[in-house]
Write a protein that binds this ligand. Structure first.
Ligand code: PHE
Length: 342
């Protein structure tokens, strides 16, 4: 009768397990403490007839030893597994979180996107110097001798040499390309330009333009319009409309300013477009025959179109940036927003 009960307790002890401190404590209460099943066996000693006391005592002591031995084992097991989990806090099977990569400056990203769009329709890239001579920046482009753009207020001249200036537009690259290549010419010239202007939210003395030039037989104004329609849709979205406003540049005839429908209000009028529904992105026109001749291209055989757009302008519209100065301030809070998602 006792024997059966004791065997049952033994097998319960053998089957017992513990994986945490709480479970260890539960084991201790059940098998070790005074009120445990083992403690109870000792308490029952007094009811055992004298002649059986010896045998009973032996059995109960065995159970007690077994319970304590098991308790030690469980303590070791729980301690070592909690140590183990501490040392593997770092899960080596997790994918890496990635390195904090730098972002691409919004002007670089915009220039890159513009280049992509025009390269796909057959434009190549060309460039010219930022320190330019009068011929390439003005004279070859049909600027009359007394044109106001040549004046000190607009142009940074190099002291001691009035023939040298920081280029005021990328149109100077048109001249360099036409002097050196025969039509057909389809080229895109992005670059930095300089104007003597006070720095504000809308103007800067250093900014970027991208020039486009297309010279071949039978190039017409329709080609200019279609090319820029295509560009606007690719750059700003399918719904974007383009408007050409009559204008004047010494190097194009006829000339037109390029407007696109305001991206924010879709043409209804808002504070970005100042209620107009349209925003200007650059100038354009048919290359003036005088310019072709100045560069050694037969204006009887060839015609061409050209355009020049402000990269800052395009980036500001695309990313809704309200102040031009942000591009050059290197404020990490601004630049961070253009970081690629990792
Ligand atoms: N160079 C002109 C400017 O800076 C833009 C332009 C380029 C206009 C090509 C017509 C053709 O304003």
């Amino acid at each position: 009768m006792h024997q059966q009960k004791i065997e049952a307790i033994k097998s319960a002890i053998e089957a017992a397990n513990a994986a945490s401190q709480d479970e260890l404590e539960a084991y201790r209460i059940k098998f070790i403490s005074k009120k445990s099943v083992v403690g109870e066996l000792f308490a029952q000693m007094k009811d055992i007839p004298n002649e059986q006391k010896r045998e009973y005592g032996q059995l109960v002591n065995e159970v007690k030893q077994l319970a304590e031995q098991k308790f030690q084992e469980l303590i070791e097991k729980v301690n070592s597994s909690s140590k183990k989990s501490k040392s593997t806090d770092m899960d080596l099977t997790l994918p890496p979180t990635g390195i904090a990569a730098g972002g691409i400056h919004p002007l670089t990203a915009t220039r890159q996107r513009i280049i992509e769009i025009f390269e796909r329709i057959g434009f190549n890239l060309s460039e010219g110097p930022e320190i330019e001579d009068d011929w390439h920046n003005f004279t070859a482009l049909n600027f009359p001798e007394n044109h106001p753009a040549r004046e000190m207020q607009d142009t940074f001249f190099i002291e001691k040499n009035p023939d040298i200036a920081l280029r005021t537009h990328t149109s100077s690259v048109q001249v360099r390309v036409m002097e050196n290549q025969k039509p057909p010419i389809r080229t895109l010239s992005p670059g930095r330009v300089y104007r003597n202007e006070a720095i504000s939210a809308r103007a800067h003395c250093i900014f970027h333009q991208v020039e486009g030039l297309y010279v071949d037989e039978n190039v017409g104004f329709a080609d200019l319009k279609n090319t820029l329609y295509h560009f606007a849709k690719e750059m700003f979205g399918k719904e974007t409309k383009v408007r050409f406003r009559p204008s004047f540049f010494p190097f194009t005839e006829p000339s037109a300013e390029i407007d696109i429908s305001c991206l924010l209000c879709g043409g209804k009028g808002c504070n970005v477009c100042k209620g107009a529904g349209w925003v200007e992105i650059g100038g354009s026109g048919m290359v003036d025959p005088n310019v072709l001749e100045n560069c050694g291209i037969d204006s009887g055989k060839y015609t061409g179109f050209a355009f020049g757009m402000g990269i800052e302008r395009i980036a500001m519209l695309k990313y809704q940036i309200k102040d031009l100065r942000l591009f050059t301030e290197n404020d990490i809070r601004f630049l961070k927003q253009f970081r690629p998602m990792l």
